[in-house]
Design a protein around this ligand. Structure first.
Ligand code: FES
Length: 862
């Protein structure tokens, strides 16, 4: 027992427990976010006697007489200042890390009111942010310091909400103060806790499951096995190959497969009950790699399949062999890129509430409420009235929250037990369960003429898609279609195979396969520039696709094509680095916005004038931290002339908001943005001569189909995607230390709806891919078990980023929809690794063809 002070109130805690559990579960101080519960992520920072401390470390019994402060306990003035400063700086994306950042900032500013940039970065070194790249969070802390010193709030730099304004995001306050709800922040009366008993072996036949002891444990509400599933057992994003629960007699696919689900009155009972479920297995040989999967006598990950090939793609145009044969210069290399963990700060969580009609309502954190509804309704065997989904705040996704992880389990438990159930993955489960970025092995050959003009590229790639299909097929396809790079040449051929293994599944991850093949094309191009005797900048400028040009996939690109402008934007800094003899590396990229390749890609939006006389935006499109809600409000302001205060953004749900597809493929700004613009046209027509209040109860619907041609369509110039973003990134090293001293990233976004958000996306993407290039690891042992913990993934910290990260937003008009706006969520992460790799080559002459790069000051010592 201990008595201490929390936010000025004395509390007595009878039962010794971690401070985080008391603050969250008893006091419901939800600014204290639970990102890992193992002292690695920093989201649960509080001040103890004025010192920033992770609340997941101290036990309450050790706190006698101490003083604890959370964001809820800040003064009103402090709350105003941090909200303004973080909004003005653009510091908030998904927001899950932000209250912890505020606490660390307060810990600094209370003792050092005028910190340097380095001191601010050092103060948040124990707070991981996966979205922002830290640049704007540090800006926010320095601005807060200035406001505290001056004692008054300045005017916001943008006060109109038209497209193009650097407005504060609409959800800044709730994210800074921790009042906005992620699913884990939901506490309802009688709420129980659910979780899964997972397989002990990556590949084994389940012989028996005995749940009797777990069922008999006091406090256990129910224990479910496969026979309790009323509808379809399997879920799966495209292919239904992922069992909600593995049944007796079936073979497991990976260590994350679930054999039983438990619902208990409290979290301790849940964990105790999991240990009481007895499962007998017949252990079978596992498939560890694509090489093993491809062997003629390989065990089959899926019984009944002919082989372990999950997807095969062949993309060909022109005559790559002939072009390479006749080329003056030819280069061939083998490349390898690793698995990557998304490491979003918010672990997967879902709260399922029983509905009076016998169904369930799910409060989720995912990349599409409608996809979750389709998956869970089929598993429960119910219609959509009996399976409703509401998006809560989403604490980062990056592709890792597209598949079912906890939603189907929460739905099943609440549906059967008729109690509210929260299912949340531990950080270690999260590291195991959600699909990762694919590891790729790639062979590339490139031929150029004497001027460095690309004549042809031929490649073959192999990916490890792990235990389930997930989005392995589309990722492989995008890897292949974009492997040619953003260049104008005609002869291209690539063959790709994705193999099932018993490793954790791989699926969508920011960049969607292009991150991998871009590393090859751009590295070869840098090597080719040396062979030809021109600069890496020049070889790109000569080959760059320009408006009206034809990409290797046959598509004629439109006026919005801005690759050349991104090259020109970085030229001054590039020339300066070359002049001063600094090692500098460069790479370009293109990335589709929208799903493309003939797949129906709908954006949908409903504008409803409600009784409050305001326009409410309903779209079934998840905002996962990229700022979609702010974008849509800006679209409505721009296209209706209404004031921002007349507009309310509603988070995605399945019963009012029309399905606008997954937040994937950098598509929402373009596709849902255009649907919203179309709804605005109808609203404007109705508004003529009327006030908003006169339209109360009316709905205005807009939809947009991003129409494209299928891969291999028999047309001379297929439209594979409605739009592409283009980028050039550059890395300059410090000759003495070998560390990065500057990263410059120029991105063509068409029209920047909110330039502040665009910069934040660029900075965040670049720092995420610095990790991919230099430090991040996701090792898997010979039992197919990922061995990393959150603290060993190799994520960059605030005090480790380069002194300068320059985000250049290039606007190239020409796209005829969505006001010309092209999403940039993914492309920000694509060219970083090859740019960094080339900078190291310029430093030491070692051509590095695998990631993370070896022999850099950032590399793990062996
Ligand atoms: Fe920092 Fe998302 S804003 S983790």
């Amino acid at each position: 027992m201990a008595t201490f002070t929390v936010n000025g109130q004395s509390v007595t805690v009878e039962k010794n427990q971690k401070l985080i559990r008391f603050l969250r579960d008893t006091l419901h101080l939800t600014s204290v976010k639970d990102g890992c519960s193992e002292g690695a992520c920093g989201t649960c920072h509080v001040l103890i006697d004025g010192k920033p401390t992770k609340a997941c470390i101290p036990q309450t019994d050790r706190l006698e007489g101490r003083t604890v402060l959370t964001v809820e306990g800040l003064s009103d003035w402090e709350k105003q200042v941090y909200t303004f400063a973080f909004g003005e700086a653009g510091a908030v994306q998904c927001g899950f890390c932000i209250p912890g950042m505020v606490i660390s900032a307060k810990g600094l500013l209370d003792v050092n009111p005028d910190p340097t940039r380095e001191e601010a970065a050092f103060a948040i070194r124990n707070n991981i942010c996966r979205c922002t790249g830290y640049v704007k969070i540090i800006d926010g802390i320095l601005l807060a310091a200035k406001i505290f010193r001056e004692g008054k709030l300045p005017k916001a730099s943008a006060d109109d909400w038209k497209m193009g304004s650097r407005v504060h995001r609409l959800d800044v306050e709730e994210k800074v103060l921790g009042t906005g709800q992620y699913p884990d922040d939901v506490y309802v009366d009688g709420m129980c806790y659910g979780g899964a008993v997972r397989s002990r072996y990556a590949r084994a036949r389940v012989l028996s499951i005995d749940v009797s002891a777990a069922q008999a444990l006091p406090g256990v509400v129910c224990v479910l096995t496969q026979k309790d599933i009323p509808g379809k057992v399997n879920v799966g994003h495209l292919k239904k190959d992922q069992p909600t629960l593995i049944g007796v007699g079936e073979i497991t696919h990976y260590l994350g497969d679930s054999v039983a689900l438990i619902c208990a009155r409290d979290q301790e009972t849940l964990e105790a009950a999991k240990k009481l479920v007895k499962v007998e297995y017949e252990v079978l040989p596992a498939v560890h790699s694509p090489r093993e999967a491809a062997a003629p006598d390989a065990p089959l990950v899926f019984e009944g399949d002919e082989n372990n090939v999950q997807a095969y793609k062949h993309v060909s145009r022109g005559d790559a062999d002939g072009a390479i044969k006749n080329a003056k210069y030819v280069l061939t290399q083998h490349f390898h890129t690793p698995w990557t963990e998304h490491a979003f700060l918010e672990p997967e969580c879902c709260v399922a509430l029983p509905l009076e009609n016998g169904g369930v309502k799910l409060l989720t954190s995912d990349q599409s409420a409608h996809t979750t509804m389709h998956e869970c309704a089929a598993m429960l065997g119910v219609d959509y009235d009996h399976c409703q989904v509401q998006n809560m705040l989403v604490g980062g996704g990056f592709g890792g929250k597209e598949d079912m992880s906890v939603q189907h389990h929460a739905a099943l438990l609440a549906y059967v037990a008729r109690v509210p159930v929260k299912v949340k993955l531990s950080r270690q489960e999260s590291i195991l369960v959600h699909p990762k970025r694919h590891s790729f092995d790639m062979d590339f050959t490139m031929g150029c003429d004497e001027n460095g003009i690309i004549q042809g590229v031929k490649a073959s790639v192999v990916s490890d898609t792990g235990a389930f299909a997930s989005l392995g097929g589309p990722v492989l396809e995008r890897a292949c279609t974009h492997a040619a790079g953003p260049y104008a040449y005609e002869n291209f051929e690539i063959e790709g195979r994705a193999y099932y293994t018993n490793n954790p599944p791989a699926g969508a991850f920011r960049g969607f396969g292009v991150t991998q093949t871009c590393f090859c094309t751009e590295t070869l191009l840098n090597e080719m520039a040396d062979l030809v005797g021109i600069s890496p900048w020049e070889i790109r400028y000569r080959n760059a696709i320009r408006p009206g040009g034809v990409l290797p996939n046959g598509q004629i690109v439109d006026e919005s094509t801005g690759l050349v402008e991104t090259l020109e934007a970085i030229k001054p800094a590039y020339d300066e680095a070359v002049r001063s003899g600094d090692p500098v590396g460069i790479a370009c990229a293109m990335k589709n916005a929208g799903v493309g390749v003939g797949i129906p890609d709908w954006g949908r939006c409903k504008l409803i004038v409600e009784d409050d006389g305001k326009v409410h935006i309903y779209s079934g499109a998840s905002c996962i931290g990229q700022g979609l809600g702010t974008v849509l409000v800006q679209v409505v302001v721009t296209n209706t002339g209404l004031h921002r205060d007349d507009i309310v953004y509603e988070r995605s749900n399945t019963w009012i908001a029309p399905d606008s597809g997954d937040t994937s493929g950098s598509r929402q700004t373009l596709v849902t943005g255009e649907a919203t613009r179309r709804a605005c046209e109808k609203l404007c027509a109705a508004l003529e001569g009327k006030a908003l209040r006169d339209l109360a109860g009316q709905e205005f619907y807009g939809e947009y189909l991003a129409k494209t041609d299928p891969l291999g369509a028999d047309v001379p110039n297929p439209v594979s995607h409605v739009a592409y973003g283009y980028a050039t990134q550059m890395c300059i090293l410090d000759r003495e230390t070998g560390r990065i001293k500057m990263l410059v990233a120029a991105h063509d976004v068409g029209k920047a709806v909110n330039p502040l958000s665009c910069e934040g996306q660029i900075e965040g993407g670049v720092v995420m891919s610095m990790g991919y290039a230099l430090t991040e690891q996701y090792p898997i042992d010979d039992t197919c078990k990922p061995t990393a913990r959150y603290g060993t993934l190799g994520l960059f910290r605030a005090n480790q980023i380069p002194p300068e990260i320059q985000a250049i937003v290039v606007e190239k008009p020409g796209l005829k929809v969505a006001g010309g706006a092209i999403g940039i969520g993914e492309i920000t992460s694509i060219p970083t690794a090859p740019a960094i790799a080339d900078a190291y080559y310029r430093l030491d002459g070692q051509r590095r063809l695998t990631l993370p790069l070896e022999n850099t000051p950032y590399a793990k010592k062996k």
